[in-house]
Design a protein around this ligand. Structure first.
Ligand SMILES: *[C@@H]1O[C@H](CO)[C@@H](O)[C@H](O)[C@H]1NC(C)=O
Length: 399
């Protein structure tokens, strides 16, 4: 195989060199407008082993010119034509041509770089990994990144990005890992996000708002984190459809209301379920007792009422069950026994008789005498688009 590869590479190189010479000959025959002159200030194509590395050079130099702060001097290493030697830039053979070295990864994690991302990033067409977590980049993701057909992991977490959800990510066909957490993104999540074949989705610690799209359950993720945004409305009952893939889902610190949908009981592979710090009402759905893989269950600081049943506290893998800060009025002795089995349980701040650190009786009475705050179905306004109306009956019979 190796003996075959060498002549093949050489032939490719000669062909390329010929094309480059022909192209540059033609260029010199034409009069140059300012844009062409700017392009010609770039090193000639022949200076690069292949057009992809030339494109990468243009992209990285454009990016460097937009970096306004670089306390560790990372981009000071971005000099010369060999982009594979730049710090944070990784090259490997192209998947479609092992003779061709291309930029396949960017890893600038913890670089503390300031600036913006240029449109030229779309030139890095062989990029599989793009990791820039813990920097100070602002603005948003350039639309040209839709050209990154091989991009598999996109981690822009812990930056200063803002504006609406970056729709360009929906156009990346290979994307599996999307990490937008700890930025200033706002507005609604697009429903199309859950039609992508993602493995992990982190949108936590942004300013996303409105309802989580109703088709959440179409998602193929194993991990999803929606924590610390301003999501409201109900938790979509379609969540039950995530049974095959979902291991961990976090809704903590939002404004969800309504009931906890009984469909969560279908999630028998789920290890972590956290809906703490929301405004969920009603009782714990009895179906939780079917979530046999559950290890961490956190429903703390909601408006939940009723009893905490034995069937939940008897879940075989339950390690940590927190339901503090609700209005529960009873709990099974099986829950009280959890600590003696080395498990963690937190029942503080409820209305449970004969338990320490409960709410004042008055507060419990006042709350529990209200109408129940949970509606089994979300209000109509939940649907971003109203359900399709039935087609009207034909005005004349079709016969
Ligand atoms: C148990 O869960 C609570 C709430 O999620 C968390 O704060 C606590 O650290 C957990 N305890 C352990 C030991 O994992």
């Amino acid at each position: 195989m190796a003996a075959m590869a060498a002549p093949h590479c050489l032939l490719g190189f000669l062909l390329l060199a010929f094309l480059i010479l022909a192209a540059s000959h033609q260029e010199h025959q034409e009069s140059k407008n300012p844009a062409q002159r700017k392009l010609l200030q770039q090193p000639p194509a022949a200076a690069f082993p292949n057009p992809s590395l030339q494109a990468a050079y243009i992209a990285l130099q454009a990016w460097k010119s937009r970096i306004t702060g670089d306390p560790q001097g990372i981009t000071a290493t971005w000099i010369g034509l060999d982009v594979c030697r730049y710090r944070g830039v990784f090259c490997s053979p192209a998947p479609d041509d092992s003779c061709k070295e291309v930029v396949s990864g960017i890893d600038l994690n913890h670089g503390f770089l300031s600036g913006t991302l240029p449109e030229e990033l779309g030139l890095l067409t062989y990029l599989a990994l793009f990791h820039i977590n813990t920097n100070l980049f602002c603005g948003t993701l350039p639309g040209s990144m839709a050209a990154l057909l091989l991009l598999y992991e996109l981690d822009v977490s812990n930056n200063r990005f803002s504006g609406p959800f970056p729709l360009v990510t929906l156009a990346m066909p290979s994307l599996a890992y999307l990490d937008l957490r700890y930025n200033g993104f706002s507005g609604e999540l697009p429903g199309a996000l859950f039609d992508k074949h993602l493995d992990a989705l982190f949108v936590n610690n942004n300013q996303f708002a409105a309802q989580v799209p109703w088709n959440l359950g179409s998602s193929t993720v194993s991990v999803a984190n929606f924590a610390n945004n301003r999501f409201s409305g109900g938790i979509p009952p379609s969540i039950g459809n995530m049974r095959r893939t979902l291991n961990e889902i976090i809704f903590l610190g939002n404004r969800f209301d309504g009931c906890i949908p009984g469909e969560i009981g279908l999630l028998d592979q789920l290890n972590v379920f956290d809906v703490s710090y929301n405004s969920l009402g009603g009782g714990l759905p009895p179906s939780i007792a079917q979530m046999i893989s559950l290890e961490q269950l956190d429903v703390a600081f909601n408006l939940l009422t009723g009893d905490v049943p034995a069937a939940i506290c008897d879940l075989p893998n339950l390690e940590n069950f927190t339901f503090a800060g609700n209005f529960f009025s009873g709990e099974s002795p099986d829950c009280l026994a959890l600590p003696s089995r080395g498990r963690i349980v937190d029942d503080r701040g409820n209305c449970i008789p004969n338990r320490p650190l409960q709410r004042p009786a008055q507060q419990c009475q006042a709350f529990l005498s209200q109408e129940p705050s949970c509606f089994p179905l979300p209000p109509k306004s939940f649907f971003p688009n109203p359900p399709l109306p039935c087609s009207p009956p034909p005005s004349t019979p079709p016969y």
